[in-house]
Design a protein around this ligand. Structure first.
Ligand code: SF4
Length: 553
């Protein structure tokens, strides 16, 4: 069996993984991700271009294998080896996973990784006697953290190379992306990345050997029976989620499981005579608590959780008409219902863009006059789509601000913080639009603030004597989530869930590779993306419309 660092990471999650997984099946989803492959290839070209000099001898994309034990062969790809000794591996993660690790010692805060004389980041060991330093070190290695996965890969590659070339001096460096880099639109600089030297981390070889034997043990056991479900092994709902989560959690109800209580990571509190017992959600799950109703009522201290349970037990919808009415009566007509679609990038392409920015690529909006009913064919509908190959951001941004600001209106969106972040970033890219963007930011209203709670709104309007601790609206069908697909179910617009593209991730993944398609496929994809964006904007209208009906009923 061929073992990569990623395979090792997966096989040591738990005992059951080995029995469920076909040894030859891939465990690294990025291997088949075209956008990721294109990005890493571009990153390699940039890195080589910036480090090349005439007498540099180098090899690129070299695969090494090492026969570790019986049928187990360790295998990894080494991106660059310069002058037969300096090895560089390029990672598409942000360097902030390491640079944000700080510890407190002698009343000062220190970074865990500091630049050495070479300009590369290395673990600073000067605070190793402080408790906080050890805590941060544990976090660094934790397998539920991106940093833990990167370190495991480093340790694995170092172990592999050392065993193949036991007498050779070499340096292994990992190159991660600097999230603070701002592209000047002309040429990339070495500020695009940060280089890490993890060689002074202790006992990396030992950790790899322990992990490898643990993996072999799991494979030999071949035990298919369920094991305890663990937060940090399954990583359910996290970027590193185990590929068998759907299977191992299939005994949970699809809706209203114990994970669907608000903030399930907080667990539940059982009151005893003089104290409380804290029950972790995973502990309860492994003890057989799977449905919302399995949790005793008196373990639900939080008002919003009690509201969820009340709605479930009585099959009713909760609406605080008074609070919603106050918010709706402050909206300024004609209302603009805006969907702004965006995608996360890894390497910036155009001037002023930064790694991991969200870049908008289409918007849809409907306008509604007071008391007007609008349908999907409304004349007020506006859509604009940005092709990604050339830099037409200015044209797109100018049309956007003019379309959105046609009226002196409230602008209803879904997830205001993300929209605001994009608009704030746009102020730096398009300084001539700064004042118009600020007006938009001022007018944006989040549909989630209407459905949940927005204490700032009540404070800004000097409205007192309203309950700011409970949400304004809840329905069982939400099952603890105010996602678009759940809201569509509750607000009678389920057809959005039947569209060819019906979630944001699919939408941006299609857009990322849009220009790789032929013209007729592009036309079809563009239409599918436009329809999804249009439906997202229309869903906002449907929600407000139904809330108004409920208030007046
Ligand atoms: S989902 Fe959890 S229990 Fe199931 S195989 Fe993965 S890590 Fe193991």
């Amino acid at each position: 069996m061929e073992v990569t660092a990623n395979k090792l990471f997966n096989y040591i999650r738990c005992r059951r993984f080995a029995a469920l997984n076909d040894a030859n099946s891939p465990t690294d989803s990025l291997k088949n991700n075209n956008y990721y492959q294109k990005t890493i290839s571009k990153f390699k070209d940039i890195f080589l271009g910036l480090n090349y000099y005439e007498k540099l001898s180098y090899v690129k994309d070299i695969n090494y294998t090492y026969d570790f034990h019986h049928d187990f062969t360790l295998s990894e790809n080494f991106d660059f080896i310069f002058n037969d000794k300096d090895i560089y591996i390029l990672i598409s993660a942000s360097s902030k996973e390491f640079l944000n690790l700080k510890y407190k010692f002698a009343s000062h805060t220190h970074q865990l990784f500091k630049k050495n004389s070479q300009g590369y980041y290395q673990l600073d060991k000067s605070g190793k006697n402080s408790v906080n330093y050890q805590q941060k070190l544990n976090k660094l290695f934790a397998k539920n953290e991106i940093s833990g996965q990167v370190i495991l890969k480093y340790a694995f590659m170092q172990y592999l190379y050392k065993n193949i070339f036991p007498k050779k001096d070499f340096n292994l460096f990992f190159v991660l992306i600097n999230e603070e880099y701002v592209h000047d639109g002309m040429a990339y600089t070495d500020k695009l990345y940060h280089i890490f030297d993890f060689s002074n981390l202790d006992e990396l070889d030992k950790k790899i050997e322990i992990s490898l034997f643990r993996m072999i043990n799991h494979i030999e056991l071949n035990d298919f029976t369920p094991c305890e479900l663990e937060r940090n092994a399954c990583l359910r709902g996290k970027p590193l989620q185990c590929k068998f989560v759907d299977f191992c959690y299939s005994h949970l109800p699809k809706e209203n499981s114990i994970f669907d209580y608000f903030n399930p990571h907080l667990g539940f509190k059982e009151k005893l005579k003089k104290t409380y017992i804290h029950h972790d959600t995973y502990e309860l799950l492994n003890e057989g608590y799977i449905k919302m109703e399995d949790i005793p009522m008196d373990w639900l201290k939080n008002k919003n959780r009690l509201m969820q349970r009340y709605c479930l037990d009585n099959n009713v919808t909760y609406i605080n008409k008074e609070k919603i009415n106050i918010i709706l009566s402050h909206l300024k007509y004609p209302l603009v219902f805006l969907d702004l679609s965006y995608m996360p990038i890894i390497i910036p392409k155009f001037k002023h863009e930064k790694p991991f920015d969200n870049i908008s690529f289409q918007y849809s909006l409907f306008t509604q006059k007071e008391n007007e009913k609008i349908d999907l064919d409304s004349d007020s509908y506006i859509h604009n789509f940005k092709e990604s190959r050339s830099d037409n951001r200015n044209e797109f941004a100018e049309k956007f601000v003019n379309d959105v600001l046609r009226y002196d209106s409230s602008i209803i969106v879904y997830k205001k913080p993300q929209i605001i972040k994009i608009l704030q970033g746009s102020k730096l890219i398009f300084p001539h639009l700064k004042s118009k963007l600020e007006i938009i930011i001022e007018r944006v209203v989040d549909i989630l603030d209407i459905l949940k709670i927005d204490p700032k709104f009540f404070k800004d309007h000097n409205i007192k004597n309203v309950d700011l601790s409970t949400y304004n609206f809840y329905d069982n069908k939400l099952s603890g989530s105010y996602s678009r697909s759940k809201l569509a179910k509750v607000f009678n617009f389920e057809k959005i869930n039947d569209l060819t593209i019906n979630d944001d991730k699919t939408e941006y993944k299609i857009f990322r590779l849009f220009n790789d398609n032929d013209e007729s496929t592009k036309d079809k994809l563009k239409l599918d993306m436009m329809i999804y964006s249009k439906y997202k904007a229309y869903l906002l209208y449907k929600i407000i419309d139904k809330l108004k009906q409920m208030i007046s009923a």
